[in-house]
Structure formats: structure tokens, C-alpha cells
Design a binder for this molecule. Structure first.
Ligand code: DLL
Length: 450
């Protein structure tokens, strides 16, 4: 038998090969399962034999790879968490020597040491193929000009879209994030047809274009590949209307590779996961029990063909459910509901659990709100938690009339209460006064004394 992984990695960037890569989106369920299992057996053995840390975990559990006889036995294997990645910093989970590793990335992390990940040349090729499949699922191909405004560097957004875009044969403009005036100028002058960045940064680009007198709706730009942070459907509608583009989701995380673990298709009804590379599970984050398709829980991934640093059952903290119903696009790989929340982002206000994305969805339903907001959490000493939503209004709606302002605030407050069940203080602020981000937006400012 030929090795399914090496077979799979024959990357000749001819059109025929690109088609065969995309064909992986359309395998029969049985064939997909078979391919996943063939790869998993190889990767588990590789990890057991070459990752001293992982070997030790298996030994402690008195497990050898052959004890895992099917995916139903996955539950016997331990999870990998962000904490484990921190504890083994920097290279403790590498499963190959440095002479096989051609690139490292790191996620910044809000506290302490970053998470470091490693890639072989083949690992990078698998990642690029996933981005190829993402872009293709939006209907992007050679002839398109991709303005890649994700940050280049240790963050995976920039180089991830860059490698995938080039592998597909689109023309990549590696502009990176920032210098927003130049973004608008080049978008217009180069006639970019595709843009990739965080949705919050694209909002900033839209604003800047307006102040420069450029109407994005009249430019050739037609597709956005947005991800790296949660964004609501209401936000999508605003972006699509203001820029005259189709806004598609791209999902990923440094620990697994980066952007391209999943992507929406033109039906925009969930994010297809490239399951032949990234084996997904949904677990109950409290009990750690596996959950069936359709039930919300924490997303867990096993990388099926990543050799430098395999991730077996990595807990993402992202909350979603898997959708196994067929998609009208014909792809047989499953979808997940777009990630609206991370378990880490949940805030509890007077006993009610709330995610920032719910607040976003609520306030954008009110006419006249601008998609720029910040959530401020405070706690009086020994008192209850308070939540304030600072919100910009559209410049044309910025009213001096106190009564109108109060009525508008009440509408927003009411909508937030209707969607989330919490009473929030709503403060309206001048257009442009909430800090703009060039990458992931900081929506929540937590000033509570913990
Ligand atoms: O954000 C990789 C990426 C770059 C994805 C560019 C898409 C586009 P990290 O910095 O490691 O990697 O952050 C990963 O960001 O666990 C999610 O919580 C969140 N995230 C990523 N994509 C989406 C998305 C990159 N499309 C973390 N929707 C993940 C919602 C997302 N959240």
C-alpha cells in the first residue's frame, strides 16, 4: 500500500493538482473516514515514537498506539491544552529535530510566554493547501488580486494567506496590517478583487475610505476573507452593504496551523472544516465527554498530517457545533457553526452568562448604530458586576437633541436585554472615538477587581 500521507503531499502546483486538492472536499463519507484513519494511525505512531512528552503521557496511561483501534477509542487519549503548550515552552512538543523544521510561528498570548509551533516543509504545504481550498470555496482563483492585510510575522494570518494565495496562483499583495490610508489607495489603484484581514480591521478600512472620498462599492473588490476573531451575522450584513462585497469566514488557530482550518462556501451557512487534515471533535467542556453532531460544545482538533508538532486532541476553547447535514455546495466535509464565542470570553453579569458577540448582534440590530463598540466591565468593591456598552453612532445620526439620544439609548438597551437577558448601561460616544484595531479588536475592557 502506498502511504496516504506522502501520496497526498505530491504538490505540483498545476491546475490538475489544484483540482485534486479541492476534490478532497467532495469525498464520500466512507472514503473520508478511511483516509482520516490511515493518516491517524501514522501520526499517532509518529507522535508516540518521536515526542518524548507525548510518549510519557501514553506510558502513564499504559497505552500504546495499537490500543487505539478506531476513532471511537480517541477518548482514551489525553487532551492537549494551551497550558500544556505554555508549560513545555518553547520546543517541548516538537516531534522532529530542528534540521527538519523550516518555520516557527507563535501566538502572542495575553499573559506570559507565547505558544510556539513548528512546521516542516510538508506541514507548510498541507497548510497552504487548506488555504487554497478556502479561497476556492469563495470562488477565488488565478486572475484575482488578493490584498493580504493580515499581519505578517509570528502571527499566522499574513504568511498563511500569502502561501495559500500564491499556491493557488492568485496575485498576492503582501501589504500586511496598518497604514490604512495606503490600504485604500492600493485597493483602488491595484484593483484588488479580494481582501483578507480581521473583520474589525476591515471596518476601519471602510471608514478610512469614506473619509478619503473613496466608495468601496464602486471598486473591483468583491470578496473578503475575514477571521481571527468572532464576528456576528449582523456585522457581516453591515460589511457587505458598506463595501459591496461578499464577506466570508475563514477560521484557524496557531496551534493547528493558522488560517484555513475551515472556511465558508458561497452559501455562507457554516464553516466547512478540512476534516481530512484536522480531525474535529466536540466535547462537553465540563465533563469532557464527546458530543454528537448538532450539539454545542468545545471544539477539539487532531492534526492528521502534521509532523513537526502533531497536536492530538487539542482543546481550542472555541464553542460551536458540527453540522453533518449536506450543504447545497456539494462539499461532503462537515461544517461547524461559525465561532461566536470562546469559553474564555464568557462574562457572568449578575448570574447571567453573556458573550461579547451576543451584545454585538443585539446592538447592530438597532438602526443608526455604528459597528464600533466596547464593553466595559466594572465591579464596585464587594459589589455586583456592572456592564457598560460604549457605542458609536453613525455620524449622520449623531444628534444633539437629548430626547432623541435617550430614546435611541433605550432602544439599544432594550435590544441588549432582549437578546442577552442583562441590563447594560449604554453610552453613546462620538464617531471615531473608540480605538480602531489593525488586527484582532479588543472589545472587552475588564476593570473588575478580581
Ligand atoms: O487567529 C489564525 C487566523 C488568522 C485565523 C487569520 C483566521 C484568519 P490565533 O491568533 O492563534 O490564530 O487565534 C486563534 O482566534 O481559537 C478563535 O478563538 C479565534 N478565531 C480564529 N478565526 C476565527 C473566526 C488565528 N473565523 C483563535 N471566527 C481561535 C471566530 C476565530 N473566531
Amino acid at each position: 500500500m502506498t502511504n496516504p500521507i506522502t501520496d497526498h503531499l505530491q504538490i505540483d502546483m498545476s491546475q490538475a493538482t489544484l483540482n485534486s486538492v479541492t476534490n478532497l472536499d467532495f469525498l464520500t463519507k466512507d472514503r473520508l473516514r478511511e483516509l482520516q484513519w490511515q493518516k491517524f494511525e501514522i501520526i499517532l505512531r509518529h507522535t508516540y515514537e518521536n515526542s518524548p512528552w507525548y510518549h510519557e503521557q501514553m506510558v502513564q496511561r499504559k497505552l500504546v498506539p495499537s490500543d487505539i483501534k478506531s476513532f471511537d477509542d480517541m477518548y482514551k487519549l489525553p487532551f492537549i491544552t494551551k497550558q500544556i503548550l505554555r508549560d513545555t515552552y518553547p520546543f517541548g512538543l516538537f516531534a522532529l529535530p530542528m534540521d527538519k523544521i523550516v518555520r516557527m510561528h507563535a501566538s502572542s498570548g495575553t499573559t506570559g510566554k507565547p505558544i510556539v509551533v513548528a512546521h516542516t516543509r510538508e506541514d507548510l504545504a498541507v497548510w497552504a493547501q487548506s488555504v487554497v481550498r478556502s479561497l476556492r470555496s469563495y470562488g477565488v482563483g488565478p486572475g484575482d488580486i488578493l490584498q493580504n492585510a493580515y499581519g505578517y510575522g509570528l502571527f499566522t494570518g499574513g504568511l498563511g494567506l500569502h502561501d495559500g494565495g500564491q499556491a493557488l496562483g492568485v496575485t498576492v499583495v503582501p501589504i500586511s496590517g496598518g497604514n490604512t490610508e495606503r490600504q485604500v489607495m492600493l485597493m483602488r489603484d491595484f484593483g484588488a478583487t479580494v481582501v483578507s484581514c480581521t473583520p474589525s480591521y476591515f471596518l476601519h478600512i471602510i471608514d478610512k475610505a469614506q473619509t478619503m472620498g473613496v466608495d468601496l462599492r464602486t471598486l473591483p473588490i468583491r470578496v473578503g476573507a475575514f477571521g481571527a476573531e468572532p464576528w456576528s451575522d449582523e456585522m457581516r450584513k453591515r460589511i457587505e452593504a458598506d463595501a459591496g462585497i461578499k464577506a466570508y469566514d475563514i477560521y484557524g488557530l496557531t496551534e493547528i496551523c493558522g488560517p484555513g482550518v475551515g472556511a465558508e462556501c458561497v452559501h455562507q451557512n457554516g464553516t466547512h472544516l478540512f476534516e481530512d487534515h484536522f480531525y474535529p471533535e466536540i466535547i462537553n467542556p465540563e465533563t469532557l465527554e464527546p458530543l454528537p453532531d448538532g450539539q454545542m460544545g468545545e471544539l477539539v482538533f487532531t492534526t492528521l498530517d502534521r509532523f513537526a508538532m502533531p497536536m492530538i486532541r487539542y482543546r481550542t476553547r472555541d464553542l460551536t457545533c458540527l453540522i453533518s447535514e449536506p450543504c447545497p455546495c456539494g462539499r461532503t466535509i462537515r461544517r461547524m457553526q461559525r465561532i461566536a464565542a470562546r469559553s474564555d470570553d464568557m462574562v457572568i453579569i449578575r448570574g447571567v452568562n453573556v458573550f461579547p458577540s451576543q451584545i454585538e448582534a443585539a446592538l447592530l440590530q438597532v438602526e443608526g448604530t455604528a459597528p464600533h463598540y466596547q464593553i466595559i466591565l466594572t465591579r464596585e468593591f464587594g459589589g455586583l458586576d456592572e456592564i457598560e456598552v460604549k457605542l458609536e453612532v453613525q455620524p449622520e445620526d449623531f444628534s444633539d437633541k437629548v430626547r432623541e439620544i435617550e430614546a435611541f439609548q433605550n432602544r439599544v438597551r432594550h435590544e441588549i436585554h432582549r437578546v442577552t437577558g442583562i441590563h447594560a448601561k449604554v453610552s453613546l460616544v462620538q464617531p471615531g472615538s473608540i480605538p480602531r484595531s489593525e488586527g484582532k479588536a479588543k472589545r472587552v475592557i475588564d476593570k473588575r477587581i478580581i
